[in-house]
Ligand binder design. Structure first.
Ligand SMILES: [Ca+2]
Ligand SMILES: [Ca+2]
Ligand SMILES: [Ca+2]
Ligand SMILES: [Ca+2]
Length: 394
């Protein structure tokens, strides 16, 4: 969401740190273009049950076995969201509702692969009101940013239904502390940790209320990348928060942080630079990488096989960044193609000169990087980073 991305300007820091918000994706509702396609991780914008008997249609692509979380937040205060879902064969799959401006939430496992239909209306057809729909896959397909131990991260639950995901490296037997400080008076931080096996870590599903700091100590049971989910309990509040993961007992190692930016907005009139830090981990030391971009969003992205997703939607900018990759990128881009150092890291930047074309204002660029196939790996991609946004302002 643009407004939220812009709000990040005040977190600008001199050094590259994990202080910037991860991007969110939304689709504007269009009553005349139903059924509307919604991708995992997206929320709707401007949807409403405009008449008591209105019904809004959506479709999403699901894969058998996907665990999804569905949320419909009735933001107008009175509408009773009724959700009716049909599987790819058109058979009823899920129906539920709640009352009086509530948030309807459901965790479901998809039985089939294909296009699911989802209808939203008002229970009993006697209320109207705005709402937000969001469908998340848990864990997400878009690679989440990495979090290093003992390194604070600022982010936010951008709207009530937002789910934020992070990755950290876990070592079985170590004890860690996850602390989430809600930076307003209404956010109710709620968590879940998903282990490398896909199982939820015992004791990791917890929350506290009303701008609290949630502190949980967990003994890890598996070694490998863990996913941390942060959301608002009951999905009826939003706000910024500060996250830190600390290692309490044992030796904890950091996960590759993926792609990190120092700023998320540049003014086209004043100009500026977005510094990008790339970290694919030591397993990719000495390999070639390419930073690629999109002007049309990061989800659903491009499936690279091998369980990897490049979180960028192909468009003209995407093609242009690919074509210019071997020369280091487009003219404003520096080191968009190169070789990772002995730690699997690199730096790149994108500089917009002052008095750039005012027509660029309002654009949101997304970038992510790929570690390119090399012969020792049999020609497959080995790493795709999280997406990072850059909002071009007036
Ligand atoms: Ca409608
Ligand atoms: Ca009703
Ligand atoms: Ca968020
Ligand atoms: Ca809440």
């Amino acid at each position: 969401m643009k407004a939220r991305v812009l709000g990040v300007c005040f977190t600008i820091t001199a050094a590259i740190s994990a202080s910037a918000d991860q991007p969110e994706s939304s689709i504007p509702c269009d009553e005349s273009a139903e059924p509307q396609i919604i991708a995992y991780g997206q929320s709707t914008e401007g949807c409403s049950i405009g008449e008591t008997v209105d019904l809004d249609r959506f479709e999403f692509l699901g894969t058998a076995g996907d665990q999804i979380h569905l949320a419909v937040d009735s933001t107008g205060g009175v509408m009773d969201p009724l959700v009716e879902m049909f599987d790819p064969d058109g058979l009823p799959f899920f129906t539920d509702s709640c009352n009086n401006g509530c948030t309807l939430m459901a965790d479901l496992t998809l039985p089939k692969t294909g296009v699911y239909s989802l209808n939203i209306s008002d229970l009993f057809g006697d209320n109207t009101g705005d709402y937000v729909l969001q469908i998340e896959r848990v864990p997400p397909r878009v690679p989440p940013p990495g979090v290093a131990y003992n390194t604070p991260v600022n982010d936010s639950i951008g709207n009530n239904t937002d789910y934020d995901f992070f990755q950290f490296q876990g070592v079985a037997g170590t004890m860690i502390r996850i602390a989430i400080d809600a930076l307003n008076t209404i956010l109710d931080p709620a968590t879940q940790v998903i282990q490398p096996s896909g199982a939820v870590l015992d004791g990791s599903e917890t929350f506290c209320f009303n701008g609290c700091t949630l502190i949980i100590d967990l003994t890890l049971e598996e070694t490998g990348p863990h996913i941390l989910r942060i959301s608002d309990q009951d999905q009826d509040n939003f706000g910024p928060y500060l996250l830190t993961i600390n290692c309490l007992i044992g030796t904890c190692t950091d996960i590759p942080l993926g792609l990190t930016a120092d700023v998320n907005a540049i003014s086209v009139s004043a100009g500026g630079t977005q510094n990008l830090a790339l970290d694919a981990g030591i397993a990719n030391a000495g390999d070639r990488y390419a930073l690629v971009g999109s002007m049309s969003g990061f989800t659903p992205g491009v499936d690279l096989g091998n369980g990897l997703l490049l979180p960028l939607n192909p468009d003209n900018y995407f093609v242009l960044t690919l074509l210019t990759a071997t020369s280091g990128g487009l003219p404003p881009q520096n080191n968009f193609f190169g070789t990772l150092d002995a730690s699997g890291k690199a730096n790149a930047d994108l500089t917009l000169p002052s008095d750039s074309n005012p027509a660029f204002a309002g654009l949101i660029l997304h970038h992510a990087f790929l570690v390119l196939p090399n012969n020792t790996r049999g020609g497959t991609f080995s790493f795709a980073s999280n997406p990072v946004s850059l909002s071009l302002d007036t």
